[in-house]
Write a new protein. Structure first.
Lengths: 114, 112
């Protein structure tokens, strides 16, 4: 158990809908990262927050947004969903701001868009 | 443009032998490299890392070698155990872009 929790575990929704994925980081960690893993793809970095502020941005679509709240949990919002958004979404946390810090990953949320 | 490449999608090794997983990169600005291991239905877990100022880092059965001139790193697992069967991801960090660039992973199967 990495100490990072993600909810929900599975999500099935229709095209055009909007969903919110939630992540609680490990106790004491200030950084939260979001990743997308599609079938046969590696981990695509989406976005990082450190202590409530956006720190780094990756290949995140404009239809996607995220935020980190004062209690350090984070939410990833996916809107106008398309079939291609079906993927595993991982959240990770680390103690420091740098991406080279060991990242602790949650179990992931599997999103299926039908 | 895949800046971090793991050219072998899969590898099969006999228990007790050495597993060698390779990773090539193109960006000379990468200053830190990490290996993560991923079991099915779980998130990746950190395995071992190496700074660009070193050429070797060892942790138990796991050793990572870095050849900067060739822009190549490798992960050696000796001896391999069936519990090592997982997908291994290589990731690289460049301080100026503040993020990790991940390879596509190599699926290792260690056969009893």
């Amino acid at each position: 158990d990495s100490g990072v929790t993600q909810t929900p575990k599975h999500l099935i929704t229709a095209t055009g809908q909007r969903v919110t994925l939630r992540c609680s980081p490990r106790s004491g960690d200030l950084s939260v990262y979001w990743y997308q893993q599609s079938l046969d793809q590696g981990l695509q970095f989406l976005i990082q927050y450190y202590n409530g502020e956006e720190r780094a941005k990756g290949n995140i679509l404009e239809r996607f947004s995220a935020q980190q709240f004062p209690d350090l949990h984070s939410e990833l919002n996916l809107s106008s969903l398309e079939l291609g958004d079906s993927a595993l979404y991982f959240c990770a946390s680390s103690v420091g701001p740098g991406a080279f810090y060991e990242q602790y990953f949650g179990p992931g949320t599997r999103l299926t868009v039908t | 443009d895949q800046q971090v490449k793991q050219n072998s999608p899969s590898l099969s090794v006999q228990e007790g032998r050495i597993s060698i997983l390779n990773c090539d990169y193109t960006n000379s600005m990468f200053d830190y490299f990490l290996w993560y291991k991923k079991y099915p239905a779980e998130g990746p877990t950190f395995l071992i890392s190496i700074s660009s100022i070193k050429d070797k880092n060892e942790d138990g059965r796991f050793t990572v070698f870095l050849n900067k001139s060739a822009k190549h790193l490798s992960l050696h697992i000796v001896p391999s155990q069936p519990g090592d069967s997982a997908v291994y991801f290589c990731a690289a960090h460049a301080g100026n872009n503040r993020k990790l660039i991940w390879g596509l992973g190599t699926s290792l199967a260690v056969n009893p």
